[in-house]
Design a protein around this ligand. Structure first.
Ligand code: AP5
Length: 213
């Protein structure tokens, strides 16, 4: 299975990609997680990414494409992958196509998760993430059973820097402009699988697996 997850910030790409990873045994490859990890370790990549991420802007194509190309060469990606948050621009979509062509493989499908803007803002402004295992919660609608700690591993929960109101607004505005050509690209190739992202996580997952056939 080789799947791309597309959708605005807060659509549930990460949540659903993790479920697909568990169900199908292929790795979730999240460009956002990889860039945040580099930021956290204060590597040269992390320092460069930080300038863009903290302003709610996209990291330059050549940087992200290089990160993904390297990750796809890891042995665990040889049987498939769930790309979460990549590609986000037409240049990235074309670069991915070239990478897959070189390996002689094709995408299974591109899942586009659709969620209205006011629900995106609600989800992002209440999101809490575990520093230990990456589990995700929502302050009101999906609180951790362990209170301020993660219900799965006991790790510390934190709010992402880009989940503050000004950054959320910038991300939503920028993404809408940047992602439209990518959606057009995959629609034209017949790979696009639009999915209603409202409802429970389980409802959305069922729609995605049905859409991927
Ligand atoms: P990234 O980490 O990819 O963030 P994003 O696209 O902004 O998406 P999010 O992670 O915010 O949301 P999501 O759709 O994964 O939703 P989630 O499952 O978490 O990117 C961050 C930054 O990195 C970018 O702004 C950019 O700077 C840079 N970057 C990354 N990739 C790049 C690229 N390719 N090119 C250039 N720059 C790049 O869910 C959100 C919340 O909703 C959670 O609290 C969750 O519990 C809840 N939720 C999920 N599903 C449901 C549901 N069905 N009902 C109710 N609540 C739900």
């Amino acid at each position: 299975m080789r799947v791309v997850m597309i959708g605005p910030p807060g659509a549930g790409k990460g949540t659903q990609a993790r479920l697909l990873q568990e169900r199908f045994g292929v790795p979730q490859i999240s460009t956002g997680d990889m860039l945040r990890d580099a930021e956290c370790r204060d590597t040269p990549l992390g320092r460069e990414a930080h300038r863009f991420m903290s302003a709610g802007q996209l990291v330059p194509d050549e940087v992200v494409i290089g990160v993904v190309e390297e990750r796809l060469q890891c042995p665990d990606a040889s049987r498939g992958f769930i790309l979460d948050g990549f590609p986000r621009t037409l240049a990235q979509a074309r670069a991915l196509e070239a990478m897959l062509e070189r390996r002689g493989v094709v995408l299974t499908g591109v899942v586009e998760i659709l969620v209205p803007q006011e629900e995106l803002v609600r989800r992002l402004s209440g999101r809490l993430v575990c520093r230990g295992c990456g589990a995700m919660y929502h302050r009101d609608s999906n609180p951790s059973p362990a209170g301020a700690a993660c219900g799965k591993c006991g790790g510390e929960l934190y709010q992402r820097d880009d989940d503050r109101p000004a950054q959320i607004q910038a991300r939503l505005t920028n993404l809408a402009r940047e992602i439209a050509p990518v959606i057009g690209f995959y629609r034209a190739s017949g790979l696009l699988r639009p999915v209603d992202g409202l409802g429970t996580v389980e409802d959305v997952f069922a729609r995605i697996t049905t859409g991927l056939g």
